[in-house]
Write a protein that binds this ligand. Sequence first.
Ligand code: FRU
Length: 496
Amino acid sequence: MNSKELQQARKYEETYGGKIREEERPLFHVSPKVGWLNDPNGFSYYKGEYHLFYQYHPYDTNWGPMHWGHVTTKDFIKWNWLPAVMAPDEDYDYAGCFSGSAVELPDGRHCLMYTGVTEWKDEEDRKIIRQHQCMAYGNGLDYEKYEGNPVITGADLPEGASLEDFRDPKIWYDKEENCYYSVVGSRPADGSGSILLYRSEDTEKWEFVTVLDSCKNQYGLMWECPDFFPLDGYYIALTSPQSMRARGMEFHNGNGNIYLIGSYDKKNHEFKRSEVRAIDYGLDFYAPQTVETPDGRRIMIGWMQSWESSKIQPQGAKWFGMMTLPRELSVKDGKLIQTPVRELENYLSDPVIYRDVDVEDCIQLPDVKGRAVDLEVTVRPSGTEMYQKFTIKVAMDSENYTAISYNPANSVLKIDRTNSGFRNDIICVRKLHVRSRNGVLKMRIIMDRNSIEIFVNDGEQTVTSTIYTPVSADRISFESVGMAIVDVMKRDIVIE
Ligand code: FRU
């Protein structure tokens, strides 16, 4: 039996979600049925489909008491909305059903693990927050919260860990041991972040196993939304640290995103990381989560937004927040590689191809334009002379554009959305070091109306940003200081 809070949310999204015009939304990226969306939750394969839930506040385009919204897909490109599955309606989660994950149980139930939040004022009017881990079980449409909630509480934390910052469980099933594990973000006594590992036989009773890794004040403070999985002979942990300090071009201030790559001694639960790097170098990427597909691929999806600019919204829209394109992960030379999910190929049409085009000054190529496109560009020097700067402008009209420019001398790539139409003083520029290859740079740029995702050098790095430029601004130009040569392939992304 659904609570009155959930019934109300379902009624609201049904009434108002249907009123949003399709053209206002992204074509193939997940957006909320109505209202606000943040983190991806419960990304899982269940009964022949992928399920994705999301942090959801249906009643407003700003963050508020967290519900879980729900979408499904068979191919990561075409998504269907289903009714919301959870509302904050219990004494252990009335202040929010925060982020979490999902797994299928042997008895066929779909199991959700999430953070329940409670909040109150003490005698001195100070806000007290408590976070603990909870379960819900369902059939892919309706879910019941577990009567034994919460299943992991402050009593199960290592000594000194914060009771307020303890959230975002990522559950998985371990075939060899026939048990469940979950990683949870926490804040140890040193005030920075850590990833805790818990184990359960049945998803109801949990025991603390170990601190899998901790920040020691090196990479921001609280580590939100951890994930942990094997990939190509390595183990990878993903997390989104709050309050990071900028470090060169690798990390920026504020909420960031990092992956920790290393090895894992499963028997002794010892993770030894060898490197820590940014997952995405763009302006809008946070809280990614992965799923393993039946054919063994590890697919990641993230929230395509930054917290810092999340109050800057298109006027009049009744929804806000999008997910990234799901990305296939792999490891090459010890580094994480991301490529657009291969199912996208099924929706690419009308290729327009140019080879060996000389670019000096600014050119536009016939039929290379659009706002829902897959654009592959390889730039290289002409002869022995190195060009000085190569720029692609996208989403362009007489007033607007977003510039992606490359300087081969220092191998720095820059995205600049200063002129994309924002009228607020938000951060618009991000720079990253890319691998220097004698002036050769390869980029695959996926645009979906209000977003740009750049896959650099076959996915060695990615750069993700939202742009709220009018969709009629669809021109693309190429510009070089000093002669450069480009190959270009543009395909339209068409969803029927
Ligand atoms: C990350 C996050 C999570 C939390 C959720 C609340 O973006 O802060 O840590 O569970 O959002 O909506």
